[in-house]
Ligand binder design. Structure first.
Ligand SMILES: Nc1ncnc2c1ncn2[C@@H]1O[C@H](COP(=O)(O)OP(=O)(O)O)[C@@H](O)[C@H]1O
Ligand SMILES: *[C@@H]1O[C@H](CO)[C@@H](O)[C@H](O)[C@H]1NC(C)=O
Length: 314
């Protein structure tokens, strides 16, 4: 049994990325030679958890992997990053989630995701993790595990006065309205905001309008991330809601994969460490953390630790 309460509990996905780089993408039935291969740790849930842990949050991951090599390897990755694996389940009924990714020299890609064990994360697993979940400071969820399990986790958190961050990614068009009501912070990117609101989101102003619509659906606060333009933050009741554009420093991005997950992991860290800080200040600092993550190749491999960041962020 867990002695100490966790700052951040993530209920979400783990995926092993199998990345092959080739001059071009193969056609159906074709075999081609590539020039580079690497294995990376991914999955939105795990990415967000690892970023929060690297900043110094006490974290636990609630997820499911296979009883296979990739599953064992992922559990070791959590340990190496100081994430509690007490609630990482292993199943013999499915393989660890994998994303097979082919990237061509123009930077275009073709991806097949087999979610595998991720889809077997169930209400029973949440019950097993309830002692940790109910005492956490913040719960973070995405949509890469079953939506039913995700909504159940958010509801359990709410019942226990645990703050929730919900990242509706990958977005589904007919999201159950209860997801909005169960979100203290509803955090998505431009394409997700567009899909969910059916409003065009191509500018800061558009993001504000879409954010207002998401807020109207019952979230306490909304953040729409805008890549190199930072994010917009909205909170409060409809009539008196506050909207802030939170810009960020311009950097020369090398690889923006997983930047949104770095942002959300950082946000979870700030919500637990400085609970009284205004949300736009947390968002400003999360922009700076995510901004560092785009300077290096890789997903988790590019996420900064506390020691890599200026002390003014802490
Ligand atoms: N080119 C960039 N320069 C600086 N910060 C960036 C850049 N791209 C992304 N970021 C940071 O990462 C966050 C998430 O990026 P975004 O592209 O909106 O998310 P996603 O990874 O979901 O597509 C942004 O809000 C910003 O803080
Ligand atoms: C938003 O995130 C999704 C993953 O959920 C990604 O496929 C998409 O490219 C992102 N959109 C932007 C504008 O970054």
């Amino acid at each position: 049994m867990t002695e100490e309460a966790f700052d951040v509990v993530v209920v979400g996905s783990c995926m092993t990325d199998l990345v092959s780089q080739a001059q071009r993408l193969p056609r159906a039935g074709e075999t081609i030679h590539g020039h580079k291969f690497f294995i990376g740790f991914g999955g939105k849930g795990a990415n967000q958890c690892i970023q929060a842990a690297r900043l110094g949050a006490k974290t636990a991951m609630v997820c499911k992997v296979g009883r296979d090599y990739f599953g064992e390897n992922y559990i070791q990755n959590f340990r190496d990053n100081g994430v509690s694996t007490e609630f990482v389940g292993q199943t013999a009924d499915a393989a660890t989630g994998v994303a097979s990714i082919i990237v061509n020299d123009a930077g275009e890609n073709a991806i097949v995701i087999v979610a595998g064990a991720n889809m077997l994360l169930s209400g029973e697993d949440l019950q097993h993790a309830l002692p940790a979940l109910s005492r956490a400071k913040v719960l973070v969820c995405q949509l890469e595990v079953s939506p039913d399990t995700t909504l159940q986790a958010l509801r359990l958190a709410q019942e226990n006065n645990v703050k929730t961050i919900f990242n509706p990614a990958p977005a589904i068009p007919d999201l159950d309205p209860d997801f909005y009501r169960a979100s203290d912070v509803f955090c998505c990117n431009e394409s997700e905001a567009q899909l969910l609101t059916e409003m065009a989101v191509a500018s800061i102003e558009d993001a504000g309008h879409a954010g207002r619509e998401l807020l109207r659906r019952g979230c306490r606060s909304v953040i729409v991330t805008l890549g190199s333009q930072g994010c917009v933050v909205l909170s409060g009741q409809e009539a008196s809601s506050m909207l802030h554009h939170v810009p960020t420093e311009t950097v020369t991005a090398v690889d923006t994969t997983g930047a949104g997950d770095s942002f959300i992991g950082a946000l979870a860290f700030y919500m637990t460490t400085f609970p009284e800080m205004p949300l736009q200040e947390m968002a400003s600092r999360a922009n700076q953390v995510a901004g560092v993550s785009v300077l290096k190749i890789g997903t988790q491999a590019s996420y900064p630790s506390k020691k890599d960041l200026p002390s003014k962020l802490f």
